[in-house]
Ligand binder design. Structure first.
Ligand code: PMP
Length: 367
C-alpha cells in the first residue's frame, strides 16, 4: 500500500484535503443546503417515463449540444425572470460546479488569476486551483456585504482574468445589488477584458430579482444557476449558465464530448415540466428561512440577513464546539470556518423546530 504522498501528484495539490461536508447519519441534516422536499410522486413517474424512453437509445451517444434541455432552461429563465433568454445563450453541465470548472478552463488556467470576495463559496477557489488558476481572496465588510469600492480597488490592483460574485452568497446568505455587480464589471473591464461570473445557485430563494438581465450588453458577464437547490434535485447533477452566445461557443473548447448523459438530460427535462410545483416548495422554504432568522434572533443569536435557503448565525466563542453540541442533540449544521459562526439550511418546519430546540438547549447549557 502506498500513500498519496508517494505519488507524483501536482505540487499545488500536495498536502491538500478534498472538499466535502461530513455525510453523517443523524436525524436532522441541515448542512448542505439541500432542499428537504423529495420530488413529487407525479414528477418521479414522469422521470421514469422519460428515462425509459432515453434507455431505448442508450446504444447511441446523447445529444452533445443538449439542445432540447437548453431550450427548456431558456424558457424557464425567461418565464421566471421576465428577461428573454435564447437557447444559444444557455449552456448546461453536471452541476454548476462543472459549469464553473469549464469557465475556469476556458478563461483561467496557468499564468492567470481569479478573485472572489470571502467568505464565499470555497469551491470557486478550489476549482481555480484544480485548473491551475491563481486564487485571490478579495475583501468583504464586517457585516458580510461586498464593499464596492474596496472590491473594485482589489480588481484594479490584481487585474484578475475571472471575477466571482456569489449572490446570494454562500455561506453568509448575503445578496449583492445590481449597482455593485455593474461597478465590479466596469472595474474588471477597465483592468483588462475579464470575465465576471455571478453565481446565482440560490437565486430563486432571494427577496430580490435575479441579476440575469445584467448580461444584456455585457458580453463578459456570466450568470450560473443550478437545479440542485430550488428544483430539489441535488442528486441529478445539473447546473447551467446564461451569457452571450460567444461564451457558450467558448466553453465548447473545453467541455468533454457527450458530457451530459442521455439519462441526465431526460431527467432534467422532466423536472422542467414541473416547475410550478417545485417553485411552490421554494416559497415554503423562503417562509421557513425567514422564520429561522426571526426565531434565532429571539433566542439571542446574531443572524446575518439571508436571501438564500440557509442562515448564518452566531456568535459563538467556539463555533466548532457549538457545532459538536448541536450534533449531540441530533442536528447537523455546517461549520464553514467563518469565525464564531455556523450555517443552517432551511429544512421542513419539523426539522427547523428540532434545530431551534437544539439551539435553545445548547445556548442554555453554554450561555
Ligand atoms: N455555487 C454555490 C454558491 C453553491 O453553494 C453550490 C453548492 N453548494 C454550487 C455552486 C454547486 O452546486 P451544484 O454543483 O450542485 O450545482
Amino acid at each position: 500500500m502506498t500513500g498519496i504522498e508517494s505519488l507524483p501528484v501536482r505540487d499545488e495539490l500536495r498536502g491538500k484535503t478534498p472538499y466535502g461536508a461530513p455525510q453523517l447519519d443523524v436525524p436532522v441534516r441541515l448542512n448542505t443546503n439541500e432542499n428537504p422536499y423529495p420530488l413529487p410522486e407525479e414528477l418521479v413517474r414522469r422521470i421514469a417515463e422519460r428515462v425509459t424512453e432515453a434507455a431505448r437509445t442508450l446504444n447511441r451517444y446523447p445529444d452533445r449540444d443538449a439542445l432540447a434541455l437548453r431550450e427548456a432552461l431558456a424558457g424557464y429563465l425567461t418565464r421566471t425572470t421576465g428577461f428573454s433568454v435564447s437557447p444559444a445563450q444557455v449552456w448546461a453541465a453536471n452541476g454548476s460546479n462543472e459549469v464553473i470548472q469549464q469557465l475556469l478552463q476556458t478563461f483561467g488556467g496557468p499564468g492567470r488569476t481569479a478573485i472572489g470576495f470571502e467568505p464565499s463559496y470555497s469551491m470557486h477557489g478550489l476549482i481555480s486551483r484544480g485548473t491551475g488558476t491563481g486564487w485571490l481572496s478579495g475583501p468583504r465588510r464586517e457585516d458580510f456585504t461586498v464593499d464596492t469600492r474596496a472590491a473594485a480597488e482589489a480588481i484594479a490592483e490584481h487585474r484578475p482574468e475571472v471575477v466571482f460574485v456569489c449572490s446570494p452568497n454562500n455561506p453568509t446568505g448575503t445578496a449583492v445589488d445590481r449597482e455593485t455587480v455593474v461597478a465590479l464589471y466596469e472595474a474588471a473591464q477597465a483592468a483588462r477584458p475579464s470575465m465576471v461570473v455571478v453565481d446565482e445557485a440560490y437565486g430563486e430563494f432571494s427577496h430580490r430579482p435575479s441579476l440575469l438581465p445584467l448580461i444584456e450588453g455585457r458580453p463578459n458577464l456570466v450568470v450560473t444557476r443550478t437545479m440542485s437547490k430550488a428544483f430539489g434535485a441535488a442528486g441529478l447533477r445539473l447546473g447551467y449558465l446564461a451569457a452571450d452566445p460567444a461564451v457558450v461557443d467558448a466553453v465548447q473548447l473545453v467541455r468533454l464530448p457527450y458530457h451530459l448523459s442521455a439519462v441526465t438530460q431526460a431527467t432534467a427535462l422532466a423536472a422542467l415540466e414541473h416547475t410550478g410545483t417545485l417553485l411552490g416548495y421554494v416559497e415554503r422554504l423562503k417562509g421557513e428561512r425567514d422564520r429561522l432568522v426571526r426565531e434565532l434572533r429571539a433566542i439571542g443569536c446574531e443572524v446575518t440577513e439571508s436571501d438564500a435557503n440557509f442562515v448564518q448565525f452566531g456568535r459563538f466563542e467556539d463555533a466548532h464546539a457549538t457545532w459538536q453540541a448541536l450534533l449531540e442533540h441530533g442536528v447537523l449544521v455546517r461549520d464553514n470556518g467563518v469565525p464564531g459562526r455556523l450555517r443552517v439550511t432551511a429544512g421542513t418546519p419539523e426539522e427547523n423546530d428540532a434545530f431551534l430546540d437544539a439551539v435553545r438547549a445548547v445556548t442554555k447549557e453554554n450561555p
